[in-house]
Design a protein. Structure first.
Length: 218
C-alpha cells in the first residue's frame, strides 16, 4: 500500500466532516446517514473480510443506540434480545460439554483468524486473553472482561461431569456460544452463533474453565 492510498480514506472522512460543519444538519438521522456513507466509502471487500461485517443485527443496533443516547436499554427490548439469543444456542449434539483443557488453553492464547488474508474455512483462535485473566501463569491479559481465574473452583466444581455441575457447565457453554443470551448488550464475541469457533473448540474452552485439573483452577 502506498502512502497516497493509505491517506485517501482519511482525507475522505476529513473532507466529509468539513462539509458537515459548513452545511446545516436537520437531525441526528442526517449525521447517522452521513456516517454510514463515510464508513461504506472507506471499506471494501478484501479476501474473506466482507463489507457486510459492518451491518448490525437488531440486537447490536439496539445496544449501539443505547450507547449513543446514554439511556439504558428498555427492559422489554433487553428481555427479548436475551430470549431470542438463547434460542440460537446449539447445545452439543452428543451431550458432552467438557473437552480437553489443554487444547482449550491453546485456543484461548490464539488470536488468529478472520482477517482478509486468512483462507476460507481456516481454524480461528479465541483470543480470550485479550479480554480476560484466565490462568495465573499468563501475565499478559486484558481487563475488558472479568477475571476468569479460579472460574470452576469458585463455583465449587469438583467434577464437571457431575449432576451438581450441570447448570454452571451449561451456562458456560451458552455464554461462549452467544453471550447476549445472558446479557443483551454483552461486548463478548458470539463465538458459536457467529461461527467463529467450532463446537469442539467451545467444548475445549469449557474444559479450560471448569476442569479442576486446568491451571485456571489451581
Amino acid at each position: 500500500m502506498t502512502i497516497r492510498n493509505y491517506w485517501l480514506p482519511v482525507l475522505g472522512v476529513a473532507s466529509s466532516f468539513i462539509v458537515l460543519g459548513c452545511a446545516s444538519v436537520d437531525s441526528s438521522a442526517d449525521i447517522d446517514k452521513l456516517t454510514k456513507q463515510i464508513v461504506t466509502a472507506s471499506f471494501t471487500d478484501k479476501g474473506i473480510a466482507k463489507v457486510d461485517r459492518l451491518d448490525q443485527d437488531q440486537a447490536n443496533a439496539a445496544c449501539s443506540d443505547a450507547d449513543v443516547t446514554g439511556k439504558p436499554l428498555d427492559a422489554k427490548v433487553s428481555a427479548k434480545i436475551e430470549a431470542d439469543s438463547l434460542k440460537t444456542i446449539k447445545w452439543p449434539a452428543d451431550g458432552k460439554f467438557v473437552g480437553d483443557w489443554k487444547s482449550g488453553e491453546k485456543i484461548a492464547q490464539d488470536g488468529k483468524g478472520m482477517t482478509w488474508n486468512d483462507k476460507p474455512g481456516a481454524v480461528n483462535g479465541g483470543n480470550c486473553y485479550n479480554c480476560h485473566q484466565i490462568s495465573k501463569e499468563e501475565i499478559s491479559f486484558g481487563t475488558l472482561g472479568p477475571s476468569l481465574y479460579n472460574y470452576g473452583k469458585i463455583r465449587g466444581i469438583t467434577d464437571p461431569n457431575s449432576p451438581e455441575a450441570k447448570a454452571i457447565v451449561e451456562y458456560t457453554w451458552g455464554k461462549i456460544w452467544n453471550a447476549k443470551a445472558y446479557n443483551a448488550c454483552s461486548g463478548m464475541p458470539r463465538f458459536g452463533h457467529a461461527n467463529v469457533l467450532t463446537e469442539g473448540q467451545i467444548r475445549d474452552l469449557v474444559a479450560l474453565l471448569v476442569d479442576p485439573a486446568s491451571p485456571v483452577n489451581k
